[in-house]
Design a binder for this molecule. Structure first.
Ligand SMILES: NC(=O)c1ccc[n+]([C@@H]2O[C@H](COP(=O)([O-])OP(=O)(O)OC[C@H]3O[C@@H](n4cnc5c(N)ncnc54)[C@H](OP(=O)(O)O)[C@@H]3O)[C@@H](O)[C@H]2O)c1
Length: 329
């Protein structure tokens, strides 16, 4: 399977590690290994007709220059001219409009490639346009890791809850904000807690996206659209983050969380992306700090899905799983 890997940060490098280690497994179980033919960070894009060795990619990225690994590719159009790709994997940084990534996905579909993304910006700003072009082109997009990182969410909804309609989703899906709330409520200064979140690799490159609530809002939009067939964008919802609470200087209660909630009612959809207290008997109180999880209520049952730990390795694992699924394996 010929893959373009765009983004070589916390998640992208873990993606390369996982596929290097499991090459034989994919070959044996799914008939084909995952081969990187295009690799890009913010400074370089390189292409190779032969698979790029993931270990070499990691080494060159660590040394700060991936350009010796292949031919220099100047832009996305040249990338598609260079080689017939099967899957474009988007692990680039989140942005406030998702425009660049939207254009990338539309080009991918038109050039016969599927898309796998952990980047929620394009889907939370251009859902309708992206899904429409994917259908028109007969290509697929999978976005498992956009919302709950490595905790299965969309594949769980699609394959394990088919018996009746989903009526409610409630989740803790922004690691950074909830990590900060819990550390600050335990007495740690904000700056120290943020440095810890950045060291683990869970905070966005631009942490204001987490702190001002954009990340949680974008995830809420994606869940709402997936569940209800709507085409909401960030502009359609109200949301809050944790900045005002932190800057107020007041006491931060230990049970306050940044929540994402979606309710489907008689075909309509209601969303909430903001702060709420989580009572001790609420199933969401079982989700450990540093992890993600959610409850899903259907007309027949309610389940709690809870990760143990959610860091870039777990997110990358969800992305690899999507790559294996997107080609129909
Ligand atoms: N970290 C997590 O646990 C997690 C969980 C769920 C979803 N996500 C999402 O996954 C994506 C990656 O997260 P991350 O933590 O790996 O971020 P990151 O460490 O900041 O890495 C982002 C990567 O994207 C590259 N990049 C930026 N603009 C690019 C462009 N135009 N073309 C090619 N590469 C570009 C950066 O290049 P440089 O290396 O040159 O800076 C970097 O390698 C983000 O969209 C994030 O929201 C992350």
């Amino acid at each position: 399977m010929k893959v373009a890997l765009l983004g070589l940060g916390n998640v992208g490098t873990n993606f390369a590690r996982i596929i290097a280690k499991n090459r034989q497994l994919y070959h044996r179980n799914y008939g084909s290994p995952i081969d990187i033919h295009i690799a890009a960070d913010s400074s370089h894009m390189v292409g190779s007709k032969e698979p790029i060795d993931p270990d070499q990619l990691l080494l060159h990225k660590k040394n700060g220059d991936i350009s010796p690994l292949g031919k220099k590719i100047h832009d996305v159009d040249e990338m598609f001219d260079f080689l017939d790709l099967d899957v474009v994997v988007d692990l680039t940084s989140a942005s406030k409009d998702g425009n660049w990534n939207r254009d990338l996905y539309l080009r991918a579909f038109r050039n016969g490639a599927d898309v796998v993304t952990a980047n929620k910006s394009p889907l939370s700003h251009h859902w309708g346009e992206i899904l429409k072009e994917s259908t028109k082109s007969g290509r697929r997009i999978r976005y498992e890791s956009t919302v709950a990182g490595g905790v299965p969410l969309f594949s769980f909804i699609d394959y394990s809850l088919r018996e009746s309609s989903v009526i409610r989703f409630r989740g803790i899906v922004n690691s950074t904000a909830n990590f900060l709330l819990s550390k600050i409520s335990a007495g740690m200064p904000y700056e120290t807690a943020l440095r810890e979140a950045q060291a683990i690799g869970i905070a966005e490159a631009d942490p204001s996206l987490d702190i001002e609530g954009y990340d949680n809002a974008w995830k809420t939009v994606i869940v709402a659209n997936h569940l209800s067939g709507s085409s909401l964008t960030e502009a359609d919802i109200e949301f809050e983050g944790i900045r005002n609470l932190i800057e107020s200087g007041g006491v931060i209660r230990q049970n306050i969380k940044l929540l994402s909630e979606v309710t489907i009612d008689h075909g309509g959809v209601e969303v909430f992306a903001g702060l709420k207290d989580v009572a001790p008997d609420d199933p969401l109180s079982a989700i450990s700090n540093g992890s993600l999880g959610f409850t899903i209520k259907t007309e027949t049952r309610e389940v709690l899905v809870n990760g143990i730990k959610d860091e870039p390795l777990e997110t990358a694992a969800g992305v690899v799983n999507d790559v294996l699924l997107v080609r129909g394996n």
